[in-house]
Design a protein around this ligand. Structure first.
Ligand SMILES: [Zn+2]
Length: 240
């Protein structure tokens, strides 16, 4: 059970390996390259050109067999981003959700090539934002559905400090992913000044290796940040 490597194409920063012919995927690859420009522009991150190797498995069995053999400790998922000192790799499987999976994992690659110390919640929140197809302003339909399907008795929980406490080695729940995405969506899509707060945080973190938490910055800039965020989310869930 080995990595798929019969075909290889290089598309700028991305090198894609597969056992099946790749030309069908040119449009998807072009989109992944454009996605890097989106991230550069929105987050003002100088992404490094470090190559990202994408291994596309032709089916779930091949993917699952490889992962059980080589990474038996990994949780069961459709795709993975792996990073070592000088190499970034993505493992994904062909299928209906391949494009979404690649947009998600490639986001991790772009972000990690710009800064090594992003908190887990923000890394995943951004990946959930950018996994939505380009041009949709990060609107992640499955997570919108997740919020819509919660029982009406359960209040929308948007405690940013709780997310900030998630450790790098922790496994995030679907609820964590949904809330992380919602905060990122709020920061990037609500008001330009909120986007500046996120940019400032990322710039400080990148320069100094640590930064005052986003929750503290938001509390100083927005009187009731959590209410503003819930309001933002409600407008997404129940547009007029
Ligand atoms: Zn992820």
């Amino acid at each position: 059970m080995t990595l798929p490597d019969r075909n290889t194409i290089v598309c700028q920063q991305l090198t894609v390996h597969s056992d099946f012919p790749l030309p069908d995927y040119q449009r998807l690859l072009d989109d992944l390259i454009l996605q890097r420009g989106d991230i550069d522009r929105q987050l003002l991150l100088p992404v490094s050109p470090m190559p990202i190797h994408i291994y596309l498995f032709d089916n779930e069995d091949h993917f699952g067999g490889f992962m059980r053999l080589h990474h038996p400790d990994f949780p069961s998922r459709r795709a993975f981003f792996l990073e070592t000192k000088n190499r970034m790799e993505i493992y994904a499987q062909a299928g209906e959700r391949m494009a979404e999976d690649l947009r998600h994992e490639v986001t991790h690659g772009y972000l990690h090539s710009a800064m090594p110390n992003l908190p887990l919640w923000l890394d995943e929140g951004l990946a959930k934002y950018y996994e939505a197809p380009r041009g949709r302003h990060g609107l992640n339909r499955p997570l919108v559905e997740h919020f819509k399907n919660r029982p009406p008795s359960k209040p929308l929980n948007v405690d940013l400090q709780r997310l900030e406490k998630i450790r790098p080695d922790e496994e995030m729940t679907l609820e964590d992913y949904a809330e992380a995405w919602a905060w990122v969506h709020f920061l990037l899509e609500n008001r330009p000044e909120y986007r500046e707060i996120l940019r400032g945080y990322l710039a400080d973190l990148r320069r100094d290796g640590k930064a005052e938490p986003l929750s503290t910055r938001l509390a100083a800039a927005i009187p009731r940040a959590e209410n503003a965020m819930v309001e933002h989310l409600r407008k997404i869930l129940f547009p007029l």
